[in-house]
Design a protein around this ligand. Structure first.
Ligand code: NI
Ligand code: MN
Length: 227
């Protein structure tokens, strides 16, 4: 399985030849200069309605005819803009064929770019026979995370926001890793804006102290995960 970091909270994940694009915020991200339409996937997943997560999802979905999976309100918004979308809600699972995705609770807000209500924000669990991982979305630390080890197979890794200010920061991401019983963390939601700059030395030191592996990816990095 390959995990490619495309800036902010955007990841292109390849599982057994199938691709999932998560939170494709490309054209609005000052740190990345690629054509969003050069990205394609079997499915696009969106964690919540904020513009730095919906990003270019509608355009990519329409161009490549790939469906969007998101909460009901975000899915309806995308459908109204001409994309194909499947509406979910917190607690629901959906079988993509090659992986099951389950929408879980995130503690955040969710408003769509046009100002309309964006439904509940989500984290997303992914699991199949070989792999299991958690994409936390934009969230604060929450005791609900202690449910994750009960409802999913043991996690191979988790993608957690770490830039603070709008989401959890470094310290709370350590508690999250402990709550979800995961010792391999990939950081996201940092450095895109001045108020979410990541203190790398502090993050590395705290993770080392807690014996948790931390990957702070650079845009374009490919992380290989073995089953
Ligand atoms: Ni957000
Ligand atoms: Mn965000």
């Amino acid at each position: 399985m390959e995990v490619k970091f495309l800036g902010h909270s955007c990841f292109l994940i390849e599982i057994e030849g199938n691709k999932i694009l998560i939170d494709p915020f490309i054209s609005g991200n000052p740190n990345i200069n690629i054509d969003p339409l050069s990205l394609s996937a079997n499915y696009i997943l969106i964690s919540h309605g904020h513009g730095d997560h919906i990003g270019d999802a509608v355009e990519i979905s329409k161009h490549h005819k790939c469906p969007i999976l998101a909460n009901y309100e975000v899915a309806e918004y995308c459908k109204n803009k001409g994309a194909e979308a499947i509406g979910m809600n917190t607690g629901g699972a959906y079988d993509l064929g090659f992986v099951i995705v389950k929408f879980v609770h995130a503690v955040h807000s969710s408003r769509l770019p046009d100002g309309s209500y964006g439904g509940n924000p989500n984290g997303i669990l992914f699991y199949n026979r070989d792999y299991s991982f958690y994409f936390a979305g934009d969230t604060a630390l929450s005791t609900d995370m202690t449910l994750i080890p009960l409802i999913a197979p043991p996690l191979d890794f988790a993608i957690l926001p770490m830039g603070d200010h709008y989401t959890m920061g470094i310290e709370d991401s350590i508690f999250t890793a402990q709550f979800i019983k995961c010792n391999k963390i990939i950081a996201c939601h940092f450095d895109t804006f001045p108020d979410i700059m990541l203190d790398r030395d502090k993050a590395k030191a705290l993770y080392k102290q807690n014996s948790i592996e931390l990957i702070i990816p650079t845009i374009g990095d490919n992380i290989s995960i073995k089953s």
